[in-house]
Each structure stands twice: as structure tokens, then as C-alpha cells.
Design a protein around this ligand. Structure first.
Ligand SMILES: Cc1cc2nc3c(=O)[nH]c(=O)nc-3n(C[C@H](O)[C@H](O)[C@H](O)COP(=O)(O)OP(=O)(O)OC[C@H]3O[C@@H](n4cnc5c(N)ncnc54)[C@H](O)[C@@H]3O)c2cc1C
Ligand SMILES: Cc1cc2nc3c(=O)[nH]c(=O)nc-3n(C[C@H](O)[C@H](O)[C@H](O)COP(=O)(O)O)c2cc1C
Ligand code: SF4
Length: 747
């Protein structure tokens, strides 16, 4: 696609303010877009950032950021602990892996690498529930079932690797006597309304006993999770808590009584020097019914409650975003940005206006980078204990911002999860200013409940193929770091998309002599195109830059403008060849008419697009194209041979949960199990699921039919051949990188 950016494309099409007005997404988007004061203003770059519909203007994130954050690497104290830097690894459930036991190799290696990575405290997840029946995560054991020797070994591993160990005491998913199970719900948890007074007292007592056990086993601190939909949050929330006893919502004291009694009890039992962090929703909003917020916790209420939590003895606060009506509270700051041009999508087909919702307190102008920082900084004004914030706190993306945050004392520390798991050496590289060597988290959410091309439930990481679940499920073998090759081989990689570059990176890292050939003039395959269509929120341009740098760092020889064929491979005679040439574009085989332009998806950015668009296909490329055109006020329909449930497969479960309601709210009509038959003059004819022929208004038909495998080059070669990525099975980046990694481990 060359260098056509979304900006220049939009400027070229000169979307007017009037066109933007048609973007009315259900809920809070203004009914009409602000009028431009002059024709030239209407056509200006700022105005044509349609979505914007002027609602949530974005600052482009610098994809090639440089610089350092020295203040992040300064000492601070949390209670009795003196910590070497301002980065804390937040707790994250190790879904699908804890069944092997907390001292299982995968668990221990992962936490060892995290600790070695240099975060000042590594909090581990609630890998043991205090109570049973967490149906969402069947392999989570009961706390009392873990042996103290195992907990001790787990902590020793973190200590031996140079970090302190924290344990999150979460209280989500407990089924108390008043719990009404919904057999269809994946995520359903008890709230304070399900609890008798005795159950409250038991839970407090059990939590305190658990903390005592953790301290005995060597943990340096604990965190009380009172955010998301955890029990502590339900007590603090006037929306959830309707109790009429002393734990009810009547006063700040009663709302925080549960959390404060846990904190006080732990301090009494473990001593005042045993540090406790409390995790809260910093500010709440209602995703499900935007604007229906009367009972949701405000920043001011939190300031009052945090004072009480501090008085009870808490040593630090961890501030997170608090959306209600969506479980994925901690990722809302990412998922609100899945629609490039319609920032603020809530997952219910509604849209937040960040100037007005969330008390206007979110920092939402850089695709959510540091989204909670303003809220946390405000809460910090009310307390004297350290305050940190979480969610897309990724200093490598804007070092100056994070530097000023700490240097100016707005926050005391930052909490990170995914970026530190995607690249265990993140902090070392950050401190040394080697930002282009950091493997980025692309905020895609494959790590949190996802399915593969065959619909199997998986947990993976798009950019770090060596995700523990890949090993636990037997998809990958070996260690997180691939073993050095026993025999050094000449390896040829054909195609420099994500699959080919991951294969080249890993093969070279293992010691092979690797040359990668790319027929285009630059590296990255479809990543740049995808980035232009999807916008910056997924960091795909950063991912491309990372891979390019990895070729240099690992000594991969790069040859561009070289199309490889069988004769070329035979001439070079490598020991092994990895074919990563991407999928083959399929086509509907239909031609344009006078009134209807048929455009291949790969050309749509530079084509004239009519107001009535039909996208043929529902793979990731098709859906992203549809979202892009929607953001320009086009009327979009999607005709696909796939079943309704398979629309958008390849995007993660949570991304689909956010994009599809948005599309539907913006009037997209999906035609599943349907086919396009013919092109008329300003229309097309399709056969619908019911077998009826139907005419759809269509000025532009974007042919985004699923790509086909592209393995001809591999046939007939006499060397060791591997086919990876879209060329073997067109699907997505996660699969491309994983298959490239897996192949390179076998050479
Ligand atoms: C608009 C759009 C949106 C997308 N959205 C998403 C998304 O949300 N999530 C997701 O996971 N994926 C998405 N994708 C798909 C994703 O980009 C691809 O699945 C991924 O890039 C496949 O990687 P690959 O390395 O297998 O192939 P490619 O990225 O296609 O790279 C193949 C490379 O091989 C080169 N090549 C081909 N033949 C030869 C030859 N004979 N000799 C030398 N070089 C050759 C090509 O020039 C190219 O650089 C999107 C793609 C597009 C276009
Ligand atoms: C797979 C996964 C599991 C998680 N489990 C927990 C958890 O058990 N407790 C918790 O407080 N947060 C959990 N989180 C949220 C993270 O701690 C963190 O808030 C979130 O990933 C946002 O931070 P990041 O942008 O740095 O990743 C989880 C995140 C992921 C990806
Ligand atoms: S799957 Fe995506 S969001 Fe999750 S850690 Fe990996 S890159 Fe980040």
C-alpha cells in the first residue's frame, strides 16, 4: 500500500462536516456535527478526521518514540518497603496454566522472567480462590488447597530473580447464599447483596487468614481487589449496594466498612509493617446505559473513601477504570478505541464523549494511553499514601509524558501488566532508551478468552508467541526462549510480513544464518496497510518497526525488491526455507458497472467510494474496512458466506464484543450465509440465507473475500520447507506470528 496514510486519504476524500453529521451513533453522539466556519476549514485535515464526528479528537501517538524516563527508575517507598523503581507488575490471572500447579514449570518460569525483568513488585493473580465455584475459571483451586511449601517456592523464585512478591486477594466470583446462578453467563459473580451478615464476617476472617499464610510463605505484600466486579467494589458502590445494615451505602464509612475491616484485620494479624495495597475503580460510568450514572462512584466520593481506606492502614492505592455493565473493566481503556474514527465505543452500540462522560476525567486523547492518570492524580490529592494507575501505561509509547507524570509528582508509580509479559525485558530496554527493541503489546485482547480459526478456546498473545498457554496446550514445545540450534543452517525466509519476520528473528536468535527476501521495497507485509485502516490504537506500525529492528539486532540479512521463485530458491540452495508469502487474494470475479464500482479490499484506500457500500466478506480485513468506511459516514452493508457467529472471527472475542454493536448501531446490515450474484447499475443482487434474491443499493462493492492459501512455491522443493502465516492458513496476525515462531523452533 505504500505510504498512503489515513490522514492523507481522508483529506483527499474531503469528508464534509455535513457528512459527519450522519455518524449519529446511538446514545451520546451529537445529533449534528459542529458546522465548519468556512469551506477551507471544512476540508481541513482536522475536520476530515470524521469521527471523530468531532467527538473525541485524538493526538497521533508517535510510532517511533525515542527518549527515556529517568524518574521512573527512582526509589520510592510503599509502607515498610523501599522500592528501586516506580513500576509495579499488576496481577493477572494465569488462565489455563494454573491447573499445572503454581510450582509448575510454566508458572515458575513466567514469574521468574517477570521478576528478572525488574518491576519493583510482581503481584501474582488470585490463583487460588478463597471460596469455590468460580465457574469462569474452572482450574482455579481453593486457597486452602495450596500447600505452604508450594507458595514458599513460588515466592522464593520471584525473590531469587530480583523482585518482591505481592499477592492479590480478589473476591470475585464467590457464590454466596443469595446468589442466583445464570447458567448462560461466562462472567457472573456474587455481590454484597447475596451475602448474609455471617458470610461477610466469614469472608473478612478468611481473607485475613489468607494474608497471614501469604506472609508466612514470604510474600512481601498483598493487594485487596476492590475494583471491577469484586466484592469489595460492590460494597463501595451505591449502584450495587442496597443493604440496610452497617455495610450499606448510607455513609462513606459503611460503604468502605468491608474493605477497611479487611485492611485493619490484616494489619492486626500480620503487623503494621506488612504492606497492603487497595485496588479501586477510580471513577465509574455505565457502559450499558450511558448517562444513567446517578448511583455510580465519582472521583470525589472516591477521595472521601480513600481517606478512610488510608486511615484503616492501607499503604498504597491502585486506581483502575470502572465501567459497569462490562466485565472487562480493566481493558475498557483499550476497547473504547477499537473503532478508529468512532473513539469511545462502549460495547453496547453507544459512544462516550470523553469531554463529558467519566466526569471529563479520562485522558483519552492518545487512544487511551495513560487513560487513568488524571483520575489517579486527583485521588492522590486526598491521601498521603502512594497512588498508581493502570491500563495502557506504556511509557515506551510516550516517554516524555510518563517522565513528567512521575517527575511532577502527579503519580507515585505506574502499574503495568501486558507490556511486561509481552516483553520480559521491557524495563531494561526502556531504561537504556532502546524503545525500538521493545516488542509492543498491540491491545488486541487475544490473551483474555479467545478462539482460534477452528473456534477452539485459546489464550494467546499476538506479539509474544511464547505465551504460557501455547506450551500448556502443547502447541509449542521448548522454553519461553527457544533453544540454540544444534547445527547452524543457512535459512531462507521468503516474505517479510509478521510471519516471515518472526520466523527470521527466532531462527537467527537460535544461531542460524538467516536471509529474508521481500518482493516489496519495505518490510512488514500487510501490517502497514492494516495500521492505516485500523488507526494507531493497536500499535501495528510499532510492531512493524520492532520487527525491522529485530532483523538488525539478530543479524538477519535483509534483501528487498526481490521476488523469490522456485528457480531462485534452487539457485541459493538453502538448508531450510520458510515460505511466508501471505495469502492469495481471492475474487468474486465481478466487474464494475456504470453505477457500481467493484474494488478489491487492497485498493479501497485509494478508490472513490460511493455513499452506499457493500463489503463482500466478514474476515478481519473486511470488518476493519467496514469500520473505517463507517467512520466516514458511509452506509455499509456486509454480505458474507459465513454464519453470523463467525463474523469478524480473527479479531479477539472482546474486540468483536465492542465493534459489532457499534456497527449495528451505525446501521450496518449483516447478511450472513449470503452470496453476491451480480452487479447492476447502482445496486447488486445477492442471495440471502433464506434463498431469496435481493437487490441492495450499492455504489461501491468492496471485494474482501477470504484470502486463499498460497503454498505453490513450497511444492516440489527438495529442501526442508515450512509454510507459515496467511500463506499456509489465512487468518490473523496472532496466528501468523505464532506459526512463524513455531516453524523457526523446528529448524
Ligand atoms: C485492512 C486490514 C486489516 C486487518 N486487520 C487485522 C486485525 O485486526 N487483526 C489481525 O490479526 N489481522 C488483521 N489483518 C490481517 C493481517 O495483516 C494478516 O493476517 C498478516 O499480515 C499475515 O501475515 P503474513 O506474514 O502471513 O503475510 P503478509 O503480511 O501478507 O506478508 C507477506 C509478505 O510476503 C511478501 N511476498 C509475497 N510473495 C513473495 C515472493 N514470492 N517473494 C518475496 N516476497 C514475497 C509480500 O510482499 C508481503 O510483504 C488485517 C489486514 C488488513 C489488510
Ligand atoms: C489475562 C489477564 C488476566 C487478568 N487478571 C487479573 C486479575 O486476576 N486481577 C486483576 O486485578 N487484574 C487482572 N488483569 C488486569 C491487569 O492487571 C491490568 O489491569 C490490565 O491488563 C491493564 O493493564 P495493561 O494495559 O498494563 O495490561 C488481567 C489481565 C489479563 C490480560
Ligand atoms: S494478546 Fe494482544 S493485548 Fe494481550 S498481551 Fe498480547 S499483544 Fe497485548
Amino acid at each position: 500500500m505504500g505510504d498512503i496514510s489515513r490522514r492523507s486519504f481522508l483529506t483527499g476524500t474531503a469528508v464534509t462536516a455535513g457528512a459527519l453529521a450522519s455518524l449519529g451513533i446511538v446514545g451520546c453522539a451529537p445529533k449534528t456535527a459542529p458546522e465548519a466556519s468556512s469551506a477551507s476549514e471544512a476540508a481541513s485535515e482536522e475536520n476530515v478526521r470524521a469521527h471523530a464526528a468531532k467527538l473525541n479528537p485524538q493526538v497521533e501517538t508517535d510510532t517511533a518514540a525515542t527518549g527515556a524516563c529517568p524518574s521512573l527508575f527512582t526509589e520510592w517507598t510503599m509502607g515498610s518497603l523501599t522500592l528501586p523503581n516506580r513500576v509495579v507488575k499488576s496481577a493477572a490471572g494465569f488462565i489455563g496454566v494454573t491447573s499445572q500447579g503454581i510450582t509448575g514449570d510454566l508458572h515458575m518460569q513466567h514469574y521468574g522472567l517477570l521478576a528478572k525483568g525488574g518491576a519493583s513488585i510482581v503481584y501474582c493473580d488470585d490463583f487460588a480462590e478463597l471460596y469455590p465455584h468460580f465457574r469462569a475459571i474452572p482450574d482455579v483451586g481453593k486457597f486452602v488447597d495450596w500447600k505452604e511449601e508450594e507458595l514458599t517456592a513460588f515466592v522464593d523464585n520471584i525473590h531469587d530473580n530480583g523482585s518482591l512478591a505481592g499477592y492479590q486477594l480478589a473476591t470475585m466470583g464467590l457464590e454466596f447464599s443469595g446468589f442466583q446462578p445464570d447458567p448462560t453467563a461466562i462472567f457472573q459473580s456474587s455481590d454484597c447483596m447475596d451475602m448474609t451478615a455471617q458470610e461477610i464476617s466469614d469472608l473478612i476472617a478468611d481473607t485475613i487468614t489468607a494474608a497471614e499464610t501469604l506472609q508466612r510463605c514470604g510474600f512481601d505484600c498483598v493487594e485487596i481487589n476492590a475494583a471491577g466486579e469484586n466484592i469489595g467494589q460492590t460494597f463501595m458502590s451505591r449502584n450495587r449496594n442496597k443493604r440496610d445494615d452497617e455495610y450499606g451505602p448510607q455513609t462513606f464509612e459503611s460503604r468502605t466498612r468491608f474493605v477497611c475491616e479487611v485492611v485493619r484485620g490484616i494489619k492486626e494479624r500480620c503487623g503494621k509493617d506488612f504492606p497492603i495495597q487497595v485496588l479501586i475503580n477510580g471513577v465509574e460510568e455505565n457502559d450499558k446505559n450511558i448517562g444513567d450514572n446517578a448511583l455510580f462512584t465519582t472521583v470525589e466520593e472516591n477521595k472521601a473513601m480513600c481517606k478512610l481506606i488510608e486511615e484503616a492502614g492501607a499503604d498504597s492505592l491502585h486506581v483502575r477504570i470502572g465501567p459497569c455493565g462490562q466485565h472487562v473493566a480493566e481493558f475498557a481503556g483499550d476497547l473504547y478505541f477499537t473503532g478508529y474514527g468512532i473513539e469511545g465505543t462502549s460495547g453496547y452500540g453507544t459512544q462516550f464523549d470523553f469531554q463529558r462522560h467519566w466526569q471529563g476525567m479520562l485522558k483519552a486523547d492518545q487512544s487511551g494511553l495513560g487513560i487513568m492518570t488524571k483520575v489517579a492524580a486527583e485521588i492522590k490529592k486526598a491521601v498521603s499514601i502512594p497512588v498508581g494507575a493502570v491500563t495502557y501505561m506504556d511509557p515506551a509509547r510516550d516517554p516524555e509524558f510518563f517522565e513528567s507524570l512521575i517527575a511532577n509528582g502527579e503519580l507515585d508509580f505506574i502499574l503495568m501488566n501486558r507490556p511486561l509479559s509481552v516483553d520480559y525485558d521491557y524495563l531494561k530496554k526502556l531504561e537504556e532508551g532502546r524503545l525500538d527493541e521493545i516488542r509492543p503489546c498491540t491491545r488486541c485482547m487475544h490473551c483474555h478468552w479467545d478462539s482460534d480459526a477452528s473456534g477452539n478456546q485459546i489464550f494467546s498473545c499476538r506479539t509474544n508467541a511464547a505465551h504460557p498457554f501455547r506450551f500448556a496446550s502443547g502447541q509449542l514445545t521448548g522454553g519461553y526462549e527457544p533453544e540454540p540450534a544444534s547445527t547452524v543452517k543457512n535459512v531462507m525466509v521468503v516474505g517479510a510480513g509478521p510471519a516471515g519476520m518472526e520466523a527470521a528473528r527466532v531462527a537467527a536468535q537460535r544461531g542460524h544464518k538467516v536471509t529474508i527476501y521481500e518482493k516489496d521495497g519495505s518490510l512488514g507485509g500487510l501490517l502497514e496497510f492494516a495500521n492505516n485502516v485500523k488507526g494507531p490504537h493497536e500499535n501495528l506500525a510499532v510492531l512493524r518497526n520492532y520487527f525491522v529492528k529485530q532483523m538488525e539486532v539478530n543479524g538477519v540479512e535483509v534483501v528487498t525488491n526481490q521476488e523469490v521463485d522456485a528457480a531462485f530458491i534452487n539457485e541459493k540452495n538453502p538448508d531450510a526455507v520458510v515460505i511466508a508469502t501471505g495469502g492469495k487474494r481471492a475474487s468474486l470475479g465481478l466487474s464494475s458497472s456504470n453505477g457500481t464500482n467493484v474494488v478489491s479490499v487492497e485498493d479501497f484506500l485509494t478508490a472513490d467510494i460511493a455513499d452506499d457500500v457493500v463489503i463482500a466478506g466478514s474476515n478481519v480485513q473486511a470488518i476493519d474496512t467496514a469500520m473505517y468506511l463507517l467512520a466516514q459516514g458511509k452506509h455499509v452493508q456486509v454480505v458474507t458466506p459465513s454464519e453470523a457467529g463467525a463474523i469478524g472471527i480473527g479479531h479477539s472475542y472482546w474486540v468483536r464484543t465492542y465493534t459489532q454493536p457499534t456497527m449495528k448501531a451505525l446501521g450496518v446490515r449483516f447478511w450472513p450465509k449470503a452470496s453476491v450474484n451480480s452487479v447492476g447499475d447502482g445496486s447488486i443482487t445477492i442471495t440471502t440465507e433464506t434463498g431469496l434474491e435481493q437487490e441492495l443499493a450499492c455504489g461501491t462493492l468492496v471485494d474482501a473475500t477470504d484470502c486463499l492459501p498460497n503454498v505453490e512455491l513450497a511444492e516440489g522443493l527438495s529442501v526442508d520447507v515450512y509454510t507459515v502465516g496467511d500463506c499456509a492458513r489465512p487468518f490473523n496476525i496472532d496466528e501468523a506470528i505464532f506459526s512463524g515462531n513455531a516453524a523457526a523452533r523446528q529448524i
